[in-house]
Design a protein around this ligand. Structure first.
Ligand code: C2E
Ligand code: MG
Ligand code: MG
Length: 637
């Protein structure tokens, strides 16, 4: 090709010559212009060509760099499906060298089960179809140990483009395939983790409620088809709150993990143990013939839990309460199966924990009765259905009333007058005890003021306090504020609190009691002898009075053991300078033996039943008159 510079030079020399020729035979100006234009055009073309090949070279370099540094495997295949190119990523992803693959058919590295799908994709590219975008498949890895990972297959996503050109007759012709293969092992792992988390409890690694329900539905279908039974067990750890409160949540979590693996060790491969949340587990036992197959497993579980758990520095014993239902005997839907297993579990709890109960229909009736009672309880305050009755505490030598215990009563519209034993635990479980407790205290203050206005000299009134009430951080302040609001001397209103309530959270409860005691509120330890209070604690507690539980009184003097216990408590109370009140005295014989032991105060049906506020005031009037009043009251009751 004539160089551009040369053509310009020749044009210029032509011009020069032109000037010469002009003398001899001058060029036409148009001719000169054309010659210059031609020269310039050819120069421009040459410069452009040079730039283009430079750009082409750069772009090629750039593409080569991209292809080889790509984390994805980039490949091309010939028309037969043999590799004509693979980039370096192939070594990292599959462990093969480029040389090992070039010339090989793609099917050599594809998992047998995935070959059809890939062949279809490549076929579509051959015919120019563009229906599917790409496929997920598994590629084989080299089986020597060039790779750190021992996995034989790697999940990938593959896409492919067809390459075409035109043949001599101008027909479009398929000349091969190229595309990208992406290693999706991490993504698959992440998907697996997410799916795992959605169906498992992270603390214990057990299936969660959702997975349990899935498995239960499957097992029910199978049981129906094969005409067999299955069992569902509701398993609840006894007194788990105590572990959490006293040893902390970390220890609580560890106990749950240890419990989960202990429970698992009692099961067959086909059984599903799941954690429903908190300390509740459910167990699915497919293929059960008889109820006894299920109770056998329940017994195995109870037995396995007789072995202690070692949690950090602590040795713990954990027991569970188990409710069992059978399908199709006890319920036909998964929802009812779980619900009824839960009901049976509650019965196991009520039977003193650490046992199992098979569901029966009376339990269900009781459970729905319970639900109705909770519903009524929620409305009872608004409907003004509560009352406070008073039970006198009597000084034995003088026969006079020296105190009253306020006792809650519920005038239920359908069931009549209910005593707290039939509803107070529900009020506590549902938290309704909070407002009820405040109502009791206000009512007692209201009565005290009313009686004082009417000119009756007052005796101290003790109010029962539930665990939920005393656990409120501001309990003592609120209590004192309320007395302030009614302008009542704190010495006039006492509280009764049980050993077990104090022991639930000794550290937090004792300062509150101390605060109340320092303000003059009398504190009685109720139901003494039924809890686990260590006697060494008794000396440290800010209390004035011990109330001996009725269970020790019921069978004295016949039960010599109980006589000795009451005797010991009386001696201890004297030594610690504590007041002693005996609860539940019903007969003269009981009273006589108590007097023999040296007890001075009691509370019981022998003297009077708990009385309405109106009757109480009458009694206080007689009391004030200084007469012995047992006979009169006994006659009234
Ligand atoms: P408690 O504090 O030990 O109350 C004494 C219970 O023994 C009362 O039962 C009383 O009626 C009963 N009792 C007293 N003397 C005799 C007797 O000689 N024979 C028999 N068989 N029983 C006797 P009640 O009123 O049914 O109360 C039961 C429990 O309910 C109480 O036991 C107390 O723990 C709780 N309670 C009562 N009122 C309230 C309240 O206002 N708030 C809270 N949180 N609990 C209350
Ligand atoms: Mg009491
Ligand atoms: Mg009591």
């Amino acid at each position: 090709m004539v160089s551009g510079d040369a053509s310009i030079e020749s044009a210029i020399s032509a011009l020069r010559r032109g000037a010469y020729d002009f003398v001899r035979k001058p060029y036409e100006p148009d001719e000169i212009l054309k010659r210059v234009q031609n020269a310039l055009a050819s120069r421009r073309l040459e410069v452009e060509n040079r730039g283009m090949s430079k750009r082409l070279r750069r772009s090629e370099q750039w593409h080569r760099y991209l292809v080889h540094s790509s984390p994805d495997l980039i490949y091309s295949l010939d028309t037969e499906g043999r590799f004509t190119f693979v980039n370096k990523a192939v070594e990292r992803i599959l462990g093969f060298t480029k040389r090992e693959l070039l010339g090989k058919h793609y099917s050599a590295i594809i998992h047998d089960e995935d070959i059809l799908g890939v062949a279809q994709l490549f076929n579509e590219r051959r015919t120019g179809e563009r229906s599917s975008h790409g496929v997920e498949l598994r590629l084989k890895r080299t089986d020597d140990n060039r790779l750190h990972s021992p996995k034989r297959f790697v999940p990938v996503e593959l896409n492919a483009m067809g390459m075409y050109d035109n043949d001599s007759a101008g027909q479009r012709r398929f000349i091969g395939t190229y595309g990208v293969v992406r290693d999706i092992a991490d993504r698959k792992q992440a998907e697996k983790t997410i799916a795992y988390q959605a169906y498992h409890d992270l603390l214990t690694a057990l299936p969660n409620r959702a997975l349990f329900q899935d498995r239960l539905a499957q097992a029910m279908t199978q049981a129906k088809r094969n005409i067999t039974r299955l069992a569902v067990m509701f398993i609840d750890l006894d007194k788990f709150k105590f572990v959490n409160d006293s040893l902390g949540h970390v220890a609580g979590d560890k106990l749950l993990q240890a419990l989960a693996s202990r429970l698992r060790s009692c099961l067959r491969e086909v059984d599903t143990l799941a954690r429903m949340g908190g300390d509740e587990f459910v167990l699915l036992l497919p293929n059960i013939n008889e109820a006894s197959d299920a109770t056998l497993i329940a017994e195995k579980i109870l037995l396995a839990l007789q072995e202690k758990f070692v949690i950090g520095d602590h040795e713990l014993f954990a027991s569970v309460s188990i409710g069992i239902v059978l399908y199709p005997d006890d319920a036909s839907t998964s929802e009812n199966l779980i619900k009824r297993a839960d009901i049976a579990m509650y019965h196991a709890k009520n039977q003193g924990r650490n046992n199992y109960q098979l569901f029966n229909y009376t339990m269900d009736a009781q459970a729905s009765g319970r639900l109705a009672l909770v519903r009524d309880l929620r409305n009872a305050l608004e409907r003004n259905e509560f009352e406070v009755h008073y039970h006198p505490q009597v000084d034995i030598p003088s026969g006079r009333i020296i105190g009253l215990e306020a006792l809650l009563r519920w005038k239920h519209p359908a069931h009549g007058l209910l005593s707290p034993s039939s509803f107070i635990h529900l009020a506590e479980e549902t938290g309704i005890i909070g407002p009820i407790g405040e109502w009791v205290l206000r009512t007692v203050c209201g009565h005290a003021i009313e009686w004082r206005k009417a000119g009756h000299p007052l005796v101290r009134i003790a109010v029962n306090i539930s665990p939920q009430q005393i656990q409120k951080p501001d309990f003592a302040d609120k209590f004192l504020d309320l007395l302030g609001e009614y302008q009542i001397d704190p010495a006039l209103i006492g509280i009764e609190i049980t050993e077990s309530t104090i022991m639930k959270d000794v550290e937090k409860t004792v300062p509150k009691l101390r605060k109340l005691r320092d303000m003059g509120v009398e504190i009685s330890l109720d139901d003494f002898g039924t809890g686990y209070l260590s006697l060494s604690y008794l000396n440290k507690l800010p209390i004035h009075t011990i109330k001996v539980d009725q269970s020790f009184i019921r069978d004295i003097p016949q039960n010599a053991g109980h006589v000795s216990i009451v005797n010991a408590i009386a001696t201890m109370a004297r030594g610690l300078l504590l007041r002693l009140v005996i609860e539940g005295v019903e007969t003269k014989t009981q009273l006589d033996s108590l007097v023999g032991i040296g007890c001075n105060e009691y509370q019981g049906f022998l003297f009077a039943r708990p009385l309405s506020s109106e009757k109480t005031i009458e009694l206080l009037r007689i009391n004030h008159a200084g007469r012995r009043i047992e006979d009169k009251v006994a006659a009234q009751a």
